[in-house]
Ligand binder design. Structure first.
Ligand SMILES: NC(=O)C1=CN([C@@H]2O[C@H](COP(=O)(O)OP(=O)(O)OC[C@H]3O[C@@H](n4cnc5c(N)ncnc54)[C@H](O)[C@@H]3O)[C@@H](O)[C@H]2O)C=CC1
Ligand SMILES: O=CC(=O)O
Length: 309
């Protein structure tokens, strides 16, 4: 019988399936992620680790856990895992692609629309009683239909966002690491820029002060990928000085932002708490895929949803 450490309780019945498979399941029951020393102490005793984006999995941790036969990330992004270190140690890594694509794309588009039409600010004006009456020039936002959307990272989620944008008659430009519209041109031509690429050393601070200066002053940046792809200080300055018109962020750097962070005081910024995949059906399907990866890894079989370094 193998032992599996699951770093948070998961929605759905996938953990029941894991337990029913006969493996011993150790679940971290608190809402906060296990602190590093607890993560190491619990993973040290296990054959499989079902972890998530809040758990940094690096070489020293893997060295401390010689029994580990598989690392299954509950999420599609794997920037929390040192993939090269896992490969060097022969530990396969899996993730949860596809099942979260639509929920994540829905959220990206919801952020785009909300920032364009200033929904948080205008709703707050109603709630606080500041709204007096309808006015011809009151609460004007940005057009969405017929404008240009630049998608950086046209993979599963980026393409799903593109499909939604076409329903709004938007012109869609895509930049990938190898093809599509060159990033500088995409930034200059887009009314909305939406990020859907993984966080890697090459993409950290891809959107820096120079990139933001290339964007239209009327443009809105949407980030549902990973916070550090954007230079937070540069974005904060760009919003405060009007270099761009707005930003809608599901992910930030740091995450969460402290309430006193100047980014939160910037005009037309909307920040939500990393909810891209946060629907019950999506989270349950992610748990199924993660458990499938664990069971395959423990059986010595190829992972159904593998990630390569
Ligand atoms: N906010 C949230 O809750 C969620 C965030 N995510 C993030 O979204 C990312 C994308 O997920 P998927 O679409 O499933 O991944 P994917 O692997 O299908 O797509 C990523 C795309 O980015 C491209 N890319 C890589 N480097 C690039 C670069 N330098 N410039 C332009 N394009 C580049 C790749 O070629 C690929 O087409 C994940 O890595 C994760 O970080 C994913 C799910 C939920
Ligand atoms: O951020 C979430 C993920 O699945 O990646």
């Amino acid at each position: 019988m193998a032992r599996v450490f699951v770093t948070r309780r998961l929605p759905g019945d996938a953990l029941g399936r894991l337990a029913a498979s006969g493996h011993e399941t150790d679940v971290w029951e608190r809402r906060e992620p296990p602190p590093r020393e607890q993560l190491v102490a619990r993973a040290r005793e296990t054959d499989a680790l079902l972890c998530m984006l809040t758990d940094p999995i690096d070489g020293p941790l893997l060295d401390a856990c010689p029994r580990l036969r598989v690392v299954a990330n509950y999420g599609v992004g794997v920037d929390n895992i040192d993939l090269a270190a896992a490969a060097e140690r022969g530990v396969p890594v899996g993730n949860t692609p596809d099942v979260l694509t639509d929920a994540s794309a829905d959220l990206a588009f919801a952020l785009l629309l909300a920032a364009a039409r200033r929904l948080p600010q205008t709703a707050e004006d109603v709630r606080s009683g500041r709204w007096g009456t309808w006015e011809p020039d009151g609460f004007l936002g940005h057009d969405v239909t017929g404008t240009t959307l630049g998608i950086v990272g046209a993979g599963r989620i980026g393409e799903a966002v593109a499909r939604r944008a076409r329903g709004f008659d938007m012109t869609v430009l895509t930049a990938t690491s190898r093809a599509g519209t060159p990033l500088p041109e995409l930034l200059e031509r887009s009314d909305f820029v939406s990020l859907h690429l993984p966080l890697t050393p090459a993409t950290r601070h891809l959107i820096d002060a120079a990139a933001l200066r290339r964007m239209k002053r009327t443009a809105i940046l949407v980030n549902t990928a990973r916070g550090p792809i954007v230079d937070t200080d540069a974005l904060t300055r760009a919003l405060h000085d009007g270099t761009i018109a707005g930003a809608a962020l599901d992910v930030t750097d740091p995450e969460p932002l402290p309430p006193s962070h100047p980014l939160l005081a910037a005009p037309n910024v909307l920040v939500v708490p990393h909810i891209g995949s946060a629907t019950p059906r999506t989270r349950a399907r992610m748990a199924d895929l993660a458990v499938d990866n664990v069971l395959a890894g423990l059986a010595g079989e190829p992972l159904p949803h593998p990630v390569s370094a």
